[in-house]
Design a protein around this ligand. Sequence first.
Ligand code: GLN
Length: 251
Amino acid sequence: MKISVGHLYPEYLNIYADRGNIAVLFRRAAWRGHDLQVEAVGMGEAVEPGAHDLLYIGGGQDREQALVAHDIGLKGEALREAVAGGAACLAVCGGYQLLGGFYRDRLGVELPGAGVLPLHTVAGERRMIGDVLLECELEPGVRRTLAGFENHAGRTVLEPSAEPLGRVVAGFGNDGSSGFEGCRSGRVIGTYLHGPLLPRNPWLADWLLAQAISHRTGEEPAFQALEDALEGEAHSVSAGRARSRGGRASR
Ligand code: GLN
């Protein structure tokens, strides 16, 4: 089956090899006989609601975010329509911030966001850097962990009704004090976790692929398990490093 992916601003927002997330989605789809087709959606290019089963946006420094912010603001209505229509989405760090209402950068410049996620972000003085471990529950009763790496000045504040992606077991998370990280809204996942994220968290890659296929066919597939020993080892190493930081990273 063809799975269509819209990759937003790949030439601007691709810090810390976040492009590796696309490579993982491509391979895990192919190992199940599906054909992941990735289309770059750059500056000035329209997002066609319904055209993509999954949208992806990576991270970036304030400079790159400032270069794309006006454009993503213009794409906001189409992006909101796409996810309202059931498209899945993964947004990482700078891309996560730009899916919110706004990002006020280190210079105090307020960059418009796409208004897809109920949150906003304000850059603080001290960067939040290090390994992170989260506990997530995307489906009721199914608790799994996510391990990755964070490096952000942004403090993200979720609106009261917003659902975080996970509880911080170790690391800073959204703002270093709430105890939560990321944001989940239906099939949309926003997170600070780089690494890249998906090679060391294969369950999330499969969850995103299942959401993308459900957007296309109307039902979630039951994937056969893959041989994930190496991925499991990468997760354990990353989780171990995060735990060695202790509980929520001290200020
Ligand atoms: N520039 C943003 C910040 O510093 C995002 C950084 C990133 O994508 N790693 O918070």
